[in-house]
Write a protein that binds this ligand. Structure first.
Ligand code: FES
Ligand code: FES
Length: 253
């Protein structure tokens, strides 16, 4: 059961990673509508299209880890070679870079990045305590767990913590503090762009990712860029407004 769950996560994470690589390289348009037209596909469309076939083609964890450095139980971090090598199921030591801090922690290989950041303890026995990003659907549907991994918008609930080694992770806490908010965070506060607030951290991160690439987005581009983030309270108009205000400030307009 654990193996199946792990492989499912791995498969989704890897396929999504490949997809994002393709969008970065221009073969897919990340700002496309939901429908698959003219070779483009949205995040939601991608996940809908993944289906059983995508999950069924899951590969061994070590293959996903590829050339990256992976710590194995009782050993200093060592490179994993080729397919077929497994880590776990016991805890393995990993080092993560989160919001500019190094986090040393023992994790079960099946644990997602989101869960480790929210609820695990580090090797000193202290909670990692990055609880800003929320665990809502836990299945790549809502976007509440959105964080940046090497600058890419990523669902923390579909990436394994062990996969995050060697990558720079930014959660919503890494964007600013109450005393020194980012432009996006400030705009969300000013426009009161939240009700229950569960979607808000993911929305803030997703808008941040958009404005990193496009500082003058149209309303339609903002709407499309947030199609992987669901607000059950329906606060969308204020969220879109916050994105426009932040964009204007970042442009100096
Ligand atoms: S909690 Fe990750 S997408 Fe919903
Ligand atoms: S503010 Fe409640 S889900 Fe968005």
């Amino acid at each position: 059961m654990v193996g199946i769950q792990l492989q499912t996560y791995v498969s989704i994470g890897r396929t999504w990673g490949n997809y994002m690589s393709e969008t970065k390289s221009g073969s897919l348009d990340p700002k496309s509508p939901n429908t698959k037209t003219q070779g483009s596909v949205s995040r939601r469309g991608f996940l809908k299209g993944l289906g059983a076939g995508g999950i069924g083609s899951a590969i061994a964890p070590a293959a996903v880890l590829g050339a990256s450095t992976v710590a194995t139980a009782g050993a200093v971090a060592a490179p994993v070679q080729g397919r077929g090598e497994m880590v776990g199921p016991g805890r393995v030591p990993v080092r993560l870079q989160v919001n500019g801090e190094e986090v040393a922690i023992d994790v079960e290989p099946r644990e997602t990045l989101l869960d480790v950041l929210r609820q695990d303890k580090d090797t000193n026995g202290d909670y990692v305590d990055f609880t800003g990003n929320k665990r809502v659907c836990d299945r790549a549907s809502c976007g509440a767990c959105s964080m940046l991994v090497d600058g890419r918008l990523t669902y923390g609930c579909t990436m394994l913590a062990i996969e995050a080694q060697g990558h720079e992770v930014i959660t919503v806490e890494g964007l600013g503090t109450p005393g020194s908010m980012s432009a996006v965070q400030e705009a969300f506060v000013e426009t009161d762009a939240l009700m229950c607030g569960f979607c808000t951290p993911g929305m803030v991160v997703a808008v941040t990712a958009l404005l990193e690439e496009n500082q003058d987005p149209t309303r339609d581009e903002i709407r499309k860029s947030l199609d992987g983030n669901i607000c059950r309270c329906g606060t969308y108009p204020r969220i879109f407004e916050a994105a426009e205000i932040a964009a204007a400030r970042m442009r100096g307009a």
